[in-house]
Write a protein that binds this ligand. Structure first.
Ligand SMILES: [Zn+2]
Ligand SMILES: [Zn+2]
Length: 185
């Protein structure tokens, strides 16, 4: 089966047994213009592991599964580049039909489960679907570790590896300031 056939299908043509995926989606296939700001050549990037299924149930098509992928990111506290292990569950319900009007669409989006109505024959490009899921899970600010101490806001030293005296000085300064403070009492 070619890569294209593996990821392109129509809801109408879905076999009664549905479709299953359990494979590594190559980064090179996944990365498109939307990945433009990411360093896809970084060794910290991995392929996407995607395990899921698409099944026909009572006139609807249920896509369910999970993916995981290592992505190079910069820590929002210490600025170090690290491989962030991203992962998320996927649960989308597709229906064949006419596109609904906007108000109804918004109502559907407000629900927990993603629902989409596709015009017949319901063309589905799983690479696009996975890209969408990837960006849905994207967090603008990430940290290399919950314990990351970050950079000193005053001298810029990485407090994970070094110490600085800025904190001591801040304390001294504030006490010094208190000395000159005139209390009314
Ligand atoms: Zn960090
Ligand atoms: Zn400092």
């Amino acid at each position: 089966m070619s890569q294209k056939d593996k990821f392109n299908l129509t809801l109408q043509g879905l076999a009664s047994s549905g479709r299953q995926w359990d494979e590594a989606v190559p980064l090179a296939l996944l990365a498109d213009v939307s990945f433009g700001d990411l360093n896809v050549k970084s060794p910290l990037f991995s392929d996407m592991l995607w395990k899921g299924s698409l099944k026909s149930e009572a006139g609807q098509f249920v896509l369910a599964g999970a993916w995981q992928m290592d992505v190079p990111r910069r820590c929002g506290r210490c600025n170090v580049e690290f491989a962030l292990a991203m992962q998320a569950d996927v649960h989308v319900i597709y229906e064949l039909g006419k596109a609904r009007d906007l108000a109804e669409e918004e109502e559907l989006n407000a629900e927990d489960c993603e629902q989409e109505v596709l015009a017949s024959p319901g063309e589905l490009d799983m690479l696009n679907v996975l890209r969408e899921q990837f960006w849905l899970a994207w967090q603008p600010m990430v940290v290399c570790s919950e314990d990351c101490k970050g950079l000193c806001l005053q001298c810029g030293v990485d407090l994970n590896h070094d110490e600085c005296d800025c904190h001591g000085q801040v304390k001294e300064n504030s006490f010094a300031a208190l000395k000159d403070f005139k209390f009314d009492a």
